[in-house]
Design a protein around this ligand. Structure first.
Ligand code: DNO
Length: 400
């Protein structure tokens, strides 16, 4: 009834090694071919190469397996619904076929326009001296109104937020402005480079005609094309929710709430149209009841990210808390997960154990002196996983 414990590995450039992941207690690896440009086909050769690297030391040490792709990214033309999306959807299907041929079955993706996750501070000091990722709405306003100067941005902020953002900006040093700008523009997992402002504004402008309604339609079109192919191949697609789960920079976001997920699940009723249940992303909204949402969509949850954020005094701001210490009721979520896995076991579903990874972690101890992908330090994730494994064992032992 245990989940499969996994960690994300960004590939050979990741400062965290496969051996670190193994010693943290994982059997599964979550990885992606970040070197392949978005929209191009993942070839069998490239997939097998990565697989071979992940499995290279399996004859000497405990076994590691590439279990989940995170992510097979969706090309922007698909999100924008351009006629050229057909080519990219065909490429996506071929990549799915190739992954199936290599035995990799769980494929995570997201449908956030332009940027993936967004934060305003990657080095927020916690009371114990460790570092966390943080999102401050007013700082985001500083970036949007005063640095990017996005046309039309004014209407997205309450007048008092806009006023204090401008005051704050006037007091910032050039270095502080650069750090905030680089942080806001980072947003792409697996990359360490931020966009430049002009290119970025161009990418936003391209979404001028894509509102909430259009983006939803494009997502449902995409999933109704690819999910039946995935189902046929024995694969599971699982969408990652928006992070944070609300619109930013005038761009719509359509995978943030229970209703959003419900509509998506109904848009194509096959099991392969599934969910990455990310408690860290969904949990930012107080109106998302996570244990209830897990139970509602349990059958279609193919991958789990466990992490929690803490809303601050100003509830528009949040930081990433220790894994058992934030606004998410991790105990209730874990109970719901264990119940679902029991049900799957009893009903003979082969996918009764769901891959789970401790999502993000604080930068702490030795890692404070190292460079890592924001959120993906070894020790912070190891601590998160250790806590989650303890919680999981206690839940299983007390109920079964
Ligand atoms: C952030 C991650 C996301 C996630 C993608 C999945 O750390 O949780 O970047 O990988 O959104 O498509």
């Amino acid at each position: 009834m245990k989940t499969i414990h996994t960690m994300r590995w960004f590939g050979p450039n990741d400062p965290v090694s496969l051996m670190d992941i193994r010693q943290a207690g994982c059997t599964g690896v979550v990885s992606a071919l970040h070197q392949v440009p978005v929209g191009e086909i993942w070839t069998v050769k490239a997939i097998n190469e990565r697989k071979a690297v992940i499995e290279a030391e399996n004859h000497t040490y405990s076994k590691l397996e590439w279990l989940v792709v995170e992510s097979l990214p969706v090309h922007e033309h698909i999100k924008k619904g351009l006629p050229s999306r057909e080519l990219f959807i065909e490429n996506y299907k071929i990549s799915l076929q190739n992954l199936a041929a290599c035995g990799i079955k769980i494929i995570c993706y997201n449908f956030m326009p332009v940027l993936d996750w967004s934060r305003t501070n990657l080095n927020y000091e916690m009371p114990d001296g460790s570092r966390a990722l943080r999102f401050v709405w007013e700082d985001f306003a500083v970036f949007d109104l005063c640095i990017l100067k996005r046309p039309g941005s004014e209407k997205d902020y309450a007048p008092e937020v806009a006023a204090s953002a401008r005051e704050k900006f006037d007091l910032m040093t050039p270095e502080e402005i650069k750090t905030l700008s680089d942080t806001a523009l980072l947003g792409l997992p697996g990359s360490e480079e931020a966009f430049d402002l002009k290119t970025f504004q161009g990418l936003l402008d391209d979404y001028y005609y894509v509102g909430d309604k259009e983006l939803r339609a494009h997502l449902y079109y995409f999933i109704s094309q690819v999910a039946p192919v995935a189902e046929e191949l024995g694969l599971k697609l699982c969408i990652h929710p928006d992070d944070p789960p609300f619109p930013l920079l005038g761009l719509p976001r359509v995978v943030s709430t229970e209703t959003d997920l419900e509509q998506l699940m109904n848009a194509c009723r096959v099991n392969a149209n599934g969910i990455t249940f990310c408690t860290g992303s969904l949990g930012v909204r107080p109106d998302n009841d996570l244990p209830a949402m897990f139970r509602k969509f349990a059958e279609r949850v193919h991958f789990i990210h466990l992490r929690t954020t803490k809303r601050e005094e100003n509830p528009a701001n949040f930081h990433e808390a220790a894994h058992l210490d934030g606004d998410v009721d991790m105990y209730e979520v874990m109970k719901a997960i264990v119940e679902e896995q029991k049900l799957r076991t009893d009903t003979g579903r082969p996918d009764f154990a769901i891959p789970m990874r401790p999502d993000h972690g604080h930068q702490m101890l030795d890692d404070l002196h190292k460079k890592n992908y924001p959120g993906y330090s070894a020790i912070g994730r190891l601590k998160g996983l250790a806590e989650l494994r303890g919680l999981e064992m206690a839940v299983i032992r007390s109920f079964y």
